[in-house]
Design a binder for this molecule. Sequence first.
Ligand code: ADP
Ligand code: MG
Length: 253
Amino acid sequence: MTTAPTTTDPAGPVVRIAGLRKAFGEREVLTGIDLEVRAGEVVCVIGPSGSGKSTLLRCANLLEEPTGGEVEVLGVDVTDPDVDIDRVRTHVGMVFQQFNLFAHKTVLENCTMAQRQVLKRSRAEAERIARANLERVGLADRADAHPAQLSGGQQQRVAIARALSMDPQLMLFDEPTSALDPELVGDVLGVMRDLADGGMTMIVVTHEMAFARDVGDRVVFMDGGVIVEDGPADQVIGAPREARTRTFLQRVL
Ligand code: ADP
Ligand code: MG
């Protein structure tokens, strides 16, 4: 049985990033990021392509190794060389632009595999939890389908149900709707909105400004490997303080 990492301070932030740096070879793409996310908070990250948004998310669960600074997730210092990173990752759900479902497995199997392998749940329990989460994303009736039989939006909702089936304490989304046809975006955003309303702690990289403004508690604007502006969603999108944020928003709104 995998137990949740114990935070030294239960009221402490779910994510605490301080002075985070990341270089690829000679090139530093994150040059000192400070970011805290508290339990139940929804933080939307916006910014131009190449500004380091994905690298930031990937550093948060050690898909990339930081070259400097501190990253604490669920109270665990994930840059500690002795950290059991898999134990932390188990509690962090990640949803990408590409859904990464197993094509030869059914929807239900996609949602039960990690539960059985990582959490050691029985088949019956894993299936019960998977079906409950498929219900939550509106796909209870597609449990026996294969991914190729589903639309992109449905596949992304399966990816979300799969992540939720691991009982995450934090969900990271990296442009989850960017690969979807426009008419399929709304259903996925609706599922994410429900999650946010249910109190899930989320970091969402997105180009959907209406979503960021309505659902985000905070919006973080990144440019050139730094956080340029971080504040309440309405303020950052509705009345940005920084010229670079304004220029970006004028281009995308
Ligand atoms: P965003 O998600 O905001 O578009 P990324 O975090 O993907 O930005 O990328 C930030 C910068 O880091 C880009 O210039 C990108 O080319 C570079 N980069 C990202 N991943 C790698 C990598 N694995 N190797 C080298 N450069 C990378
Ligand atoms: Mg990206």
